[in-house]
Design a binder for this molecule. Sequence first.
Ligand code: ADP
Ligand code: MG
Length: 261
Amino acid sequence: MTTPQLDRLSAQCQRLRLHRVDAELSTLLEQAAKKDVSYADFLDDVLALELRAKQEKHRTMRVTMARFPFQKSLETFDWKFQPSIEPKVIKELATGRFIADAENVLLLGPPGVGKTHLAVALGMSACALGLRTMFTTAAGLITSLGKALYENRLEERLKVLTQPKLLIIDEIGYIPIDRQGANLFFQLISRRYEKGSILLTSNQSLGAWGEVFGDTVIASAILDRLLHHATTINVKGESYRLKEKRRAGLLRPAPTPEPAE
Ligand code: ADP
Ligand code: MG
């Protein structure tokens, strides 16, 4: 192929924003000539290449925008260590159907059992599906709502928090929430109710949420909306962090249960 034609093709790719095709133009043309592929197959390969590149770029962008504390996937989750979770249930959630239906997910359990890992992994799956996702801790969320209220831009903040298709709220229950915080949290839950999914994690059982929110009435109003369309997963077992320490010999082995008489 003549250089002027190659230059023209490259310029056209750039105008059409087909950047990956542009970068691999010569290779694509050479390979097609060598393998003697049909016109349809060539076009198929070229378009598929650009589509994959664009999808990957969007996924990366969504992952960055989601502000995950770390990046972990379901592939690195050790299901054997966590028999209280049915992989089938989590894999179903990873299809994103619950997000399409604006349903919620509650991951409950003691520290270190993998709640945040699973929340991030499901968030990453949502990003891969092209769904806008946002990750926040309960403490960070309540601080940001309180600040917005103080600065007279609560409405604006609530709108921002209503936009993502999936909002992940991590660590409800570690820090007690005051009355104003509980009120603001309730407003957010009401806004998203039946409109956008919430995935939240908590180290407290739902029965203890009255104490977490310092008010049983508001806690039950929050739970009423959250649980109306929701999957609740109770994660049990030992902390994975402690298991790793034990393996490294930093802690004594877990006590074995007394044999029954
Ligand atoms: P939690 O949020 O329940 O306190 P995390 O999700 O933060 O626990 O888990 C603590 C650490 O242990 C993280 O680094 C996480 O990736 C890891 N972890 C927990 N459970 C598993 C598991 N079943 N397989 C692989 N890694 C795990
Ligand atoms: Mg956690």
